[in-house]
Design a protein around this ligand. Structure first.
Ligand SMILES: Cc1cc2nc3c(=O)[nH]c(=O)nc-3n(C[C@H](O)[C@H](O)[C@H](O)COP(=O)(O)OP(=O)(O)OC[C@H]3O[C@@H](n4cnc5c(N)ncnc54)[C@H](O)[C@@H]3O)c2cc1C
Length: 415
């Protein structure tokens, strides 16, 4: 790394230190490569000790947890607060079918953890600062990006600083500026839905269970928090979301309890409410010479299975693995040829997940009564059929996919 005045030279410049970009930076911190990471927001994120639980939380899978543990970031998350969920209960509001998953049936202590996004990000940035190998540049936005004839990138920041890098990694989210500046197109569509998020208090215990009810307008999820409350993600039409966001808290609680069919009793209190538009989006390609897209910059999916951040964290672990092994083999790790290994490794998994989410969304849409009946029968069958349940839980636990070394179970590493 070399930085003099307004110009810096690095091997790798990562744009975006959200959960995904910060994971990649941590994974590269121990290499001999010089790395800079840039974010528009001040880093590390800080918030007062008595701040309420953030509205943005993620269900983090055991595979992503293993990545965080191996990078040394998990203790920082655990100390700030993580909420395990041991069971999952999913039901169909129209047909009445349901399916129940219990970690104990699969010899696992839990199915995952609910963690505030800012907690994940802060713990990763702490690790970066402690390692002292990665330069963290914030708060500043990328303004321009060009590639020289020798394929080195020239990144101009809005404070006038210019960074040069052999590889630029776009980890700057669904509306990626880097993707726009490099002219990489996206395929996809808006779901025509919004997700309302809030933290609520319920009269019945959540029992460390993630609850999800499918309505024709979209799914409603209650994610258990360690203080006994739940973080909700309520997907519905934009018009209905607008109405629910603007109504009195008491009335909102009433409608929410009704939508949850009373499974968690009354909704006693609700905090601040916000909503996000939902879209399915996939970049036409994830890599070019000297450029890679990871996380939401490469793909965004429906939050119904809580997989967007998890996919991005595995992207980061795979890209780090590809770069590190190309370095070890003496190859040009920033060449398109080497980066294609990352693209090939990840695109299949992402497309499978997108297809699954799309299938779920359509299956639970407003369908004729016979299909709703079949759907519920299917859920009930799945609930009784152990092989189906085992396959679904194995996926949730990260036992069944083609994982990079940072994410595989210790037992699988030894094989
Ligand atoms: C309602 C909802 C619920 C969800 N629940 C889950 C869940 O339970 N589990 C799960 O796995 N996923 C979930 N997701 C998806 C998850 O939130 C995203 O996939 C994840 O946040 C993507 O992380 P990222 O780091 O790729 O992007 P982001 O989190 O968007 O981070 C991008 C970073 O880049 C920075 N940046 C942007 N532009 C610039 C620029 N020009 N210059 C410099 N910096 C820039 C930003 O400041 C930010 O820090 C959910 C999504 C929604 C909407």
């Amino acid at each position: 790394m070399s930085r003099s005045g307004n110009v810096g030279h690095y091997d790798i410049v990562i744009i975006g230190s959200g959960m995904v970009g910060a994971t990649l930076a941590c994974a590269l911190a121990e290499t001999s490569l010089s790395v800079a990471i840039v974010d528009a927001l001040a880093q590390p994120p800080s918030w007062p000790e008595d701040a309420p639980v953030d509205l943005r939380v993620s269900a983090i899978t055991p595979a992503a947890e293993r990545v965080f543990r191996r990078l040394g970031a998990w203790p920082g998350m655990a100390q700030r607060g993580v909420s395990p969920f041991r069971e999952m209960f999913v039901w169909d509001a129209l047909g009445g079918g349901d399916i129940h998953f219990d970690s104990a049936d699969h010899a696992a202590p839990y199915l995952g953890h609910i963690i505030e996004n800012r907690v994940v990000q802060a713990a990763l940035v702490d690790c970066l600062l402690a390692a002292g190998q990665v330069e963290l540049i914030s708060p500043v936005c990328v303004q321009a990006l060009t590639f020289n004839d020798d394929s080195r990138a020239r990144i101009t920041l809005d404070d006038g600083v210019v960074l040069h890098g052999r590889l630029v990694v776009a980890a700057d989210g669904g509306r990626s500026r880097i993707r726009q500046l490099t002219g990489i197109g996206v395929r996809g569509w808006s779901y025509g839905q919004r997700a309302i998020v809030a933290v609520v208090e319920t009269s019945l215990s959540h029992q460390e269970t993630a609850w999800q009810c499918f309505h024709p307008q979209g799914p409603l999820a209650f994610l258990p928090l360690r203080d006994g409350r739940c973080s909700i993600v309520w997907t519905t039409t934009p018009e209905e979301a607008e109405r629910l966001l603007n109504m009195e808290a008491e009335l909102f609680c009433h409608y929410l309890a009704e939508a949850a069919e009373g499974r968690l009793g009354e909704i006693v209190a609700v905090g601040e409410r916000a909503s996000f538009p939902l879209q399915l989006q996939q970049a036409s390609h994830y890599v070019e010479e000297g450029l890679a897209l990871i996380g939401d910059a490469a793909h965004t999916i429906h939050p119904l299975a809580g997989q967007g951040a998890n996919l991005g964290i595995i992207d980061a672990a795979v890209l780090a693995e590809v770069i590190i092994s190309a370095c070890a083999d003496g190859c040009d790790w920033a060449s398109r040829e080497q980066l294609r290994r990352y693209e090939r490794w990840r695109q299949g998994d992402v497309l499978r997940m997108m297809a699954m989410m799309e299938g779920f969304k359509r299956l639970f849409a407003d369908v004729p009564a016979p299909i709703a009946w079949l759907r519920s029968a299917g859920l009930d069958f799945g609930n009784r059929c152990q092989p189906v349940k085992r396959a679904l839980v194995a996926h949730q636990l990260g036992q069944s996919t083609d994982l990079p070394p940072l994410a595989v179970r210790a037992a699988d590493l030894m094989i």
